[in-house]
Ligand binder design. Structure first.
Ligand SMILES: [Zn+2]
Length: 245
C-alpha cells in the first residue's frame, strides 16, 4: 500500500502527542496515513509492553490510520547507525510516503532527538539508488525519497516553521492521546506504576495549553507546529490561513 504520510515516533504515544491532530486532519481530507513506532516503549516506568500495544491500537483506531507497525528496535539504546537506517529505509521504500512526520531533532527525552536524526538521515538515504534493499519475500525495493520530513514539536518548545490548524479535530486528538491510560493522567490509574513527568493532570493540561499557544500564532483555536530543514513550498496562496493576527 502506498501512503501519503508516514508518521514515525520512537515511542508508542509520541505520534499522538506530537502530530495526531494533523494526522486526523489529513485523513479527513482523504489522505492515506500510516504510523510506525520504532520501539515498544519497554523502558517506560508505567504500564507494560502489552498495555502499550493495546493503547496504541486504540489510538490508531481513533485517528483512523490505515496501518500501524512497530519496528521493535531497542528503547533507550538504539543507535543512528547503518543497521537501524537500513531497517527504516526498508519501511520507507515499502510504503513510499510523500511526507514523513518525525520526532523533533532536539527534545527532553534523548531518544526523541536521536530518532529525529535517524528518521531524517534514513529518509535521505532511502532515495539513493545504489543502496539496495529487498522486502521480506526477497523482492527488490525501489529507491524512494519522501518530499518533506516534518519534525513535530513534542516536549521542549521550538519555534515552529509551519503550523497546521487542528481546531476542528482537537477533541478527537485528545481522545487519541488519552487512549494511553497507563501513561497519562486518568482517574483510577494509580496502580499502573509510579507517578511520572507525564502521568499528572498538569501534563495533560500543558498539552492543551501548548496547542492553544501554537494555534494563537495563526489566529486559530488549536494548532500543531512542525520544524523542517527544507523550505516549504506552496502551490498557491489558497492554503494560507487568512485570519487577522
Ligand atoms: Zn517518547
Amino acid at each position: 500500500m502506498k501512503l501519503d504520510i508516514l508518521a514515525i515516533g520512537v515511542h508508542p504515544d509520541d505520534v499522538e502527542l506530537g502530530c495526531s491532530g494533523s494526522i486526523i486532519n489529513e485523513i479527513k481530507n482523504g489522505k492515506k496515513v500510516g504510523v510506525l513506532d520504532l520501539t515498544q516503549g519497554e523502558l517506560g516506568s508505567r504500564g507494560t509492553i502489552d498495555t502499550r500495544y493495546e493503547e496504541a491500537a486504540k489510538a490508531a483506531m481513533i485517528m483512523g490510520v490505515h496501518l500501524r507497525e512497530n519496528l521493535k528496535i531497542r528503547d533507550g539504546f538504539f543507535k543512528n547507525d547503518e543497521e537501524h537506517q537500513m531497517q527504516l529505509i526498508k519501511v520507507i521504500r515499502k510504503y513510499q510516503p510523500e511526507i514523513i512526520f518525525a520526532n523533533s531533532l532536539e527534545d527532553r527525552h534523548p531518544d526523541h532527538g536521536r530518532a529525529g536524526k535517524l528518521i531524517a538521515d534514513s529518509s535521505f538515504l532511502s532515495g539513493l539508488l545504489k543502496i539496495e534493499t529487498t522486502d521480506d519475500q526477497g523482492k527488490k525495493l525501489q529507491a524512494w525519497k519522501p518530499k518533506y520530513v516534518l519534525h513535530y514539536i513534542q516536549d521542549r518548545y521550538h519555534e515552529p516553521d509551519i503550523i497546521i490548524d487542528i481546531s476542528s479535530v482537537f477533541e478527537k486528538r485528545m481522545e487519541a492521546i488519552k487512549s494511553y491510560t497507563t501513561q497519562f493522567y486518568n482517574p483510577g490509574n494509580e496502580d499502573d506504576g509510579p507517578q511520572t513527568y507525564i502521568s499528572t493532570p498538569a501534563f495533560l493540561e500543558s498539552i492543551i495549553a501548548r496547542a492553544r499557544m501554537i494555534g494563537k500564532k495563526i489566529g486559530v483555536e488549536y494548532g500543531e507546529g512542525f520544524n523542517t530543514e527544507k523550505n516549504i513550498g506552496l502551490r498557491s496562496l489558497d492554503s494560507l490561513v487568512q485570519i487577522e493576527t
